[in-house]
Design a protein around this ligand. Structure first.
Ligand code: FMN
Ligand code: SF4
Ligand code: SF4
Length: 281
């Protein structure tokens, strides 16, 4: 079994690593294979683990990764999304991506983890306390279930947030996107794009302060090489995945996202080290 992952603060990496260990599978960072034209593997089972970045949105790097998978129609494919508040219909969206590439998604699971989006005021805490430890404990149980399910090549389980909740939340999400994100970033980038197309350009909101000592960690931890070091300082290149790895892992807490992150604690999964994150590069 191959277990591919994309992760900003280690939640998805921890889940993928657990699945790989328990199934004697191979753990592979999606970003480490993206330079290939075609991703070929002997493995018959392929797992893909990534964070929810929007309730119907498959991260661009994950979408491009699926497009590169060779012989996709002969594989048993499952997906695990980690989420901080509402997984939404991301598994359904991922299923469509797999199908559009000629494959079939056999199962999809959603694992609740701490919220890592530092810009969300009430859902983000940045701390690892009792609530987060409970999520990690539940996650361990869920991973055991996932491993049994996919090792037996079972099919048909696709987890999603309750449809009623999604239909209530979806219009609010759309209005918020138009009002806050599209108006703001179209102005900042002098564009006329929708939220999805603006996504890679939203790194215009990142900036660093005088605490930066030019160590380059932000550049090395970025899974899509979106940060160039220029004169010992980070420069964002506008093909960002908004995974927040640069901001969350900066050892000097020198990176902010507009004013949204100022004064907030930084988060990463407690079982994941910076060196683990760097394996994505
Ligand atoms: C830009 C961004 C958008 C996010 N959107 C959602 C969301 O719509 N729903 C949700 O439940 N969590 C959302 N999250 C939280 C992450 O999905 C969650 O914390 C995940 O476990 C992070 O995994 P990682 O550490 O592997 O990156 C978002 C996080 C980021 C950075
Ligand atoms: S990780 Fe932080 S301190 Fe290091 S170069 Fe980047 S912004 Fe500066
Ligand atoms: S620039 Fe920062 S937020 Fe954007 S993809 Fe790289 S690490 Fe993630």
């Amino acid at each position: 079994m191959d277990v591919y992952y994309f992760s900003g603060t280690g939640n998805s990496l921890a889940v993928a690593r657990d699945i790989a260990e328990k199934t004697s599978g191979k753990l592979i960072a999606i970003s480490s294979v993206m330079n290939k034209d075609k991703i070929k593997t002997e493995a018959e089972i392929i797992g893909v683990v990534f964070p929810v970045h929007g309730i119907f949105r498959v991260p661009s790097i994950v979408e491009r990764f699926v497009g590169k998978l060779d012989d996709v129609n002969s594989k048993y494919i499952f997906v695990v999304t980690t989420y901080g508040s509402m997984a939404g219909g991301v598994i359904k969206s991922f299923r469509k991506v797999v199908e559009s590439c000629g494959g079939k998604l056999s199962a999809g699971f959603a694992v609740h983890m701490p919220m890592n989006n530092i810009t969300i005021p009430f859902m983000y805490s940045g701390t690892v306390g009792d609530k987060e430890q409970k999520l990690f404990a539940d996650c361990r149980g869920k991973v055991n279930f996932i491993c049994e399910y996919v090792s037996a090549r079972n099919e048909g389980k696709f987890e999603a947030t309750n449809k009623l909740l999604i239909s209530l939340f979806y219009p609010i999400d759309k209005i918020f996107a138009r009002w806050r994100i599209e108006s703001k970033y179209n102005k900042l980038t002098n564009s006329n794009l929708n939220k999805d197309d603006l996504w890679p350009l939203m790194d215009v909101s990142f900036h660093f302060d005088e605490k930066c000592d030019g160590c380059g960690v932000c550049s090395r931890v970025c899974p899509v090489k979106n940060i160039k070091m220029v004169d010992n300082a980070p420069s964002w290149q506008h093909h960002c995945e908004r995974c927040f790895a640069c901001l969350q892992w900066c050892p000097k807490v020198a990176i902010e996202f507009d004013k949204d992150s100022i004064g907030r604690k930084r988060y990463h999964h407690p079982g994941v080290e910076l060196s683990d994150m760097m394996m994505q590069n």
